[in-house]
Design a protein around this ligand. Structure first.
Ligand SMILES: Cc1cc2nc3c(=O)[nH]c(=O)nc-3n(C[C@H](O)[C@H](O)[C@H](O)COP(=O)(O)O)c2cc1C
Length: 179
């Protein structure tokens, strides 16, 4: 397998922090989502923030892959991925977002990011306000819903670079197999 490429799409910098750290550990630069280098890479690792269930930059990177490239999608969101229902939902959304022929070559990992309303764009604040109104109207709230309500209006930082470990060891094992 040829080169390994890291791509990232981040608005507030959480995914970028994780991508930069993995890049530092593997000695690789971090490229923008969909970078032309993806087409010649054996393995592409994409980091992206979650926005209303959509992983930023994933489609771009998935469409830039070579025919046999493996894709490792590392999502960064506020919901706690150690709660199985959260991880399942994120995984389903991510799988649906890529072309069908890419799904069998894709692995997904989930990390936690940060939210800070004082840095949020007006549009994002409005989206969060609407989302919270909707959540409050629901009869049954998921753990993801509770996490969004708890952080509403304030800030929460769950960035933990040590949580990169499982994605990193998976990537290293794929690279070793190919040596
Ligand atoms: C408008 C908006 C929608 C969001 N939707 C989700 C979501 O669906 N699931 C989730 O886990 N986190 C969600 N988040 C939280 C972001 O994923 C989190 O802030 C993440 O760290 C952003 O990554 P970035 O800083 O790399 O852009 C949302 C945040 C905003 C502002």
């Amino acid at each position: 397998m040829g080169r390994c490429v890291i791509t990232c799409a981040s608005i507030y910098g959480s995914s970028r922090q994780y991508a930069d750290e993995l890049g530092r550990r593997l000695g690789l630069p971090v490229l923008p989502a969909g970078a032309p280098e993806c087409s010649a890479a054996g393995i592409v690792i994409h980091f992206g923030g979650l926005y209303a269930g959509t992983m930023l930059g994933l489609k771009k990177t998935a469409c830039a892959l070579g025919h046999s490239s493996l894709l490792v999608a590392v999502t960064v969101g506020i919901a706690d991925p150690s709660v199985p229902s959260n991880a399942d939902k994120i995984r389903d959304d991510v799988m649906k977002a890529v072309p069908e022929e890419v799904r069998s070559r894709m692995s997904v990992f989930h990390l936690r990011g940060a939210l800070d309303y004082s840095r949020m764009t007006f549009r994002h604040r409005a989206m969060m306000w609407m989302l919270c109104r909707y959540i409050k109207s629901k009869d049954h709230r998921t753990d993801e819903d509770e996490a969004v309500l708890e952080s509403y209006g304030g800030s929460a930082d769950f960035i933990d670079l040590s949580s990169l470990e499982s994605a990193e060891s998976f990537i290293r094992s794929v690279l070793e197999k190919d040596e």
